[in-house]
Design a protein around this ligand. Sequence first.
Ligand SMILES: Cc1cc2nc3c(=O)[nH]c(=O)nc-3n(C[C@H](O)[C@H](O)[C@H](O)COP(=O)(O)O)c2cc1C
Length: 224
Amino acid sequence: MSTPEGKPTGNPTGKSTGKFVSTHFDEITRAERYFFMTSTIVPRPISIVGTIDEQGRDNLAPFSYFNAISSDPPALMFSMGKKKNRQTGEVTHKDTLANILKNKEFVVHIAQAAQVEIVDHSGEEHAYGVSEREKLGLTLVPSRWIKVPRVSEFAVAYECVLEQTVELGANTMVIGRVLGAHIREDIKIKGEWRADFLKLDPLARLGREYGAIRIVSDSFRANQ
Ligand SMILES: Cc1cc2nc3c(=O)[nH]c(=O)nc-3n(C[C@H](O)[C@H](O)[C@H](O)COP(=O)(O)O)c2cc1C
């Protein structure tokens, strides 16, 4: 919630107010855990991950269990569950992971708030080998350091190689080492390797909703 002037309405004092209810996570269902975590650990950035299969067919999919984890070495992570075939019930890796395990390379794109529909549609499930990118009419351009091409409609793209996968129950976390990145010129701050946040206007995943991010302070004192 915010006031009409854009001021946050939460409790700024850090003092405890109000009554809490609590649950051990063994006492709620898997779906409840999912909805609790994804509606409270917000906003999550969205990675739109591009990969290719052994025949060079491209694949695109969004993942919001995603973040930067290190800048030395430059690394990021995203995590995904399995996919279940509706006809046969067979459980397999998602196409993105199947491709990454084969080729060890991928591109992570960052989408803008105005691209919410493209991002949402890129998450639709298709048979292996079907290009979400082609269905959405997006443009592939060659990458600089890896074989997997990037999608030029997205303002930022990271070229990554697989560093490590971490298995966690039915999920796999992919850690990618960033080789290099591309940023559209109009979004980059001149003379710096930095994005202008307001121009980037990144799309975020909330609970079920998507959001854009509002700046509440433009200075960050502690580490400067
Ligand atoms: C905005 C958005 C975020 C998503 N985040 C995740 C995620 O973090 N992990 C996951 O397993 N699936 C996530 N999904 C679902 C996958 O994108 C979906 O299963 C997709 O079909 C996987 O494609 P693939 O089989 O081509 O890899 C998300 C979908 C959307 C629309």
